[in-house]
Design a protein around this ligand. Structure first.
Ligand SMILES: O=C(O)CCC(=O)C(=O)O
Ligand SMILES: [Fe+2]
Length: 300
């Protein structure tokens, strides 16, 4: 067996079950290896790693061992088309960005997946205010049920949450205006701000924020403003241990720190965006975070 087909190959640590499934599905749908490789290169994989991943996944699959890991999914030969996404103005590599009523510090920026970390998006007082406004309204978090489009309890998401209406309170409106300004994306395209609280042990297992195509609920969800194309998370406190935001396909973990924010975008509802992310378990203390999901069009 060639060396790259072994699971100890460090390149393969980055191959998640979703990517594995996708590679196998492309092969099953008759997509040629060069086209699969090109899609991975377009998604930002380096050629050597992409080739190693493809060869290992496909040889494992041919041996029959990957079959059980393949989830039934809509098969399509082509990726969904890329759409415009919000982004920050970082062409001049600025140290700070103008958020309208304050300057925020640019901490780091990654192209693929597109992830930008900012500091100073909210001050400590604003964070505290959001927590206090949200606290009495917290309920066990739900996720969207793919069949009905309604809410469902989800064991992968052990946080509590609530939603503000857009502009519901001056501190909510101030944050929404900063996000719209930073991202150059209409405020109206934002869903209502969500606040989440995670206690010790609580987490949000890795997931995608976009709506998966081909699910019964998707058409209903898309009618309210199109796809989700970006996520802007602001940490409202600093958990002493744990509670970072992880991007397993990028080997990246953002530490949760009060007032800092992580923005990420996904130009198509597809794992090749590498936008798989999760809220890591809180180890001690608690974690409070505010999430703004951004749609393609006005959210209503
Ligand atoms: O809590 C986190 O760090 C992640 C939250 C998240 O993924 C979401 O709200 O969609
Ligand atoms: Fe998420």
């Amino acid at each position: 067996m060639s060396e790259i087909a072994t699971t100890t190959n460090p390149h393969l640590a980055a191959v998640t079950p979703e990517l594995r499934t996708w590679i196998v599905e492309q092969a099953q749908a008759g997509v040629s290896a060069p086209r699969v490789l090109q899609a991975m290169l377009d998604a930002g994989w380096c050629e050597e790693v992409a080739l190693a991943a493809m060869e290992a996944v496909l040889s494992e699959h041919l041996q029959g061992t990957a079959a059980a890991a393949v989830q039934p999914q809509a098969r399509s030969e082509d990726l969904p088309p890329a759409v415009p996404v919000p982004d920050l103005t970082l062409q001049q590599h600025p140290a700070f960005l103008d958020a309208g009523d304050r300057q925020v510090r640019v901490v780091m920026s990654l192209q693929q997946p597109r992830v930008v970390v900012l500091d100073g998006v909210l001050d400590a007082q604003e964070c505290q205010q959001l927590i206090e406004l949200a606290q009495p309204r917290m309920k066990r978090s739900m996720t969207v049920d793919n069949n009905s489009g309604g809410d469902e309890l989800n064991a992968d998401r052990t946080s509590e949450g609530m939603f503000f209406e857009r502009g519901e309170h001056p501190v909510v409106a101030a944050l929404e205006a900063r996000i719209a300004r930073l991202l150059g994306w209409p405020l109206e395209n934002g869903e209502g701000l969500q606040v989440l609280r995670y206690g010790p042990g609580a987490e949000y297992k890795p997931h995608y924020d976009y709506f998966e195509l081909g699910q019964p609920s998707t058409a209903t969800l898309l009618r309210r403003g199109g796809q989700r194309v970006g996520t802007f998370l602001v940490y409202l406190n600093t958990p002493p241990e744990g509670g970072g935001t992880t991007f397993p396909n990028a080997g990246l973990e953002i530490t949760a720190q009060q007032g800092m924010a992580v923005f990420f975008s996904y130009d198509k509802p597809h794992p090749s965006t590498l936008s798989l992310h999760g809220g890591a378990p809180v180890i001690s203390g608690e974690k409070w975070v505010a999430t703004k999901w951004l749609r393609e069009r006005e959210f209503h």
